[in-house]
Write a protein that binds this ligand. Sequence first.
Ligand code: DAH
Length: 345
Amino acid sequence: MEDKVQALSRKARQEIGEARTLEEVRALEVRLLGKKGEVTGLLKGLGSLPKEERPAAGALVNRLKEEVRDLLEKRREEIKARQKEASLQVPPPDPTEPGRRPDAGRLHPITLVQEELEDVFAGMGFMVLDGPDVELDYYNFEALNIPKDHPARDAHDTFWIEEGLLLRTHTSPVQIRAMERFPLPIRAIVPGRCFRHEVVDASHEHTFYQMEGLVVDRGISVAHLIHTMKTCLRAILERDVEIRLRPGYFPFVEPGFELDVNCPFCGGSGRKGDAGCPVCKASGWIELLPCGMVHPNVLRAGGVDPEEYTGFAFGMGLQRLVMVRYGIQDIRLFMGGDLRFLEQF
Ligand code: DAH
């Protein structure tokens, strides 16, 4: 028995010393001290010894058991200490690792489309103009053929600042400012922010973006308007487009039109699978922007002789175009500041 105890003691000492992980220590513990373990086996074997040898042999095996338990415990502590040390150690810097790139942010989808439009129109010889957000009644209404008592004023839920001063309700006032300031011919676009006292819902915002267009020259006709709008929409929607003009009323154009584009979601068929297309309400057309031939009174207000010159103008809702382009259903997302939305562009 003494030999067996010594042999097992040696073996246990070596194996425990070689254990590298807590799992290995645990496995050894089971193998040595478990119910069917080797040390337990020796204890069970005591019964087969002659009676007088049992007390001495029992003491030996019990000492072995204590010894193994202590060894296992010590090894456990060592492994834990080493793991802790390793976790505290900072790995040496790796000079080949690429640098951490700070998130530089990105352009808002309205800005993206606005800049694309600016490029397209610059390619056709248009200037890009700016105008004040705080505007005079004169430019916002009066000079655009909307006098004080005109019912069209009711359609613009205006934020008034004080008598004669307001937050511009559209970008059209810059038509007048452009004609006052620049010599003819004029080709200009005016992207910018507009304000209306609207009840906010999925398609209305109190602060929104328009892009005005104005062309004034000798012999300008509806044909120029159609060609310009087709060129612009083709570039932005990245496909060939069909457009149609329906009559529309705006005091500063005559004739005035509503321009529709064939629906990009159903290809103009009005159908989506078995059902009607939800985006164009099964009509195959999307109402995109109002436009028309500049009213003679507006040309006059800008100091241009309507007998000699004609022009066309359009007022594009930038958000509307962005929504059609990206399939965005709710206008409130633009100003909502939700990064999950903004990071998609
Ligand atoms: N300014 C108009 C609005 O916001 C839109 C508009 C219509 C602009 C016709 C135009 C135009 O230049 O020709 O309601």
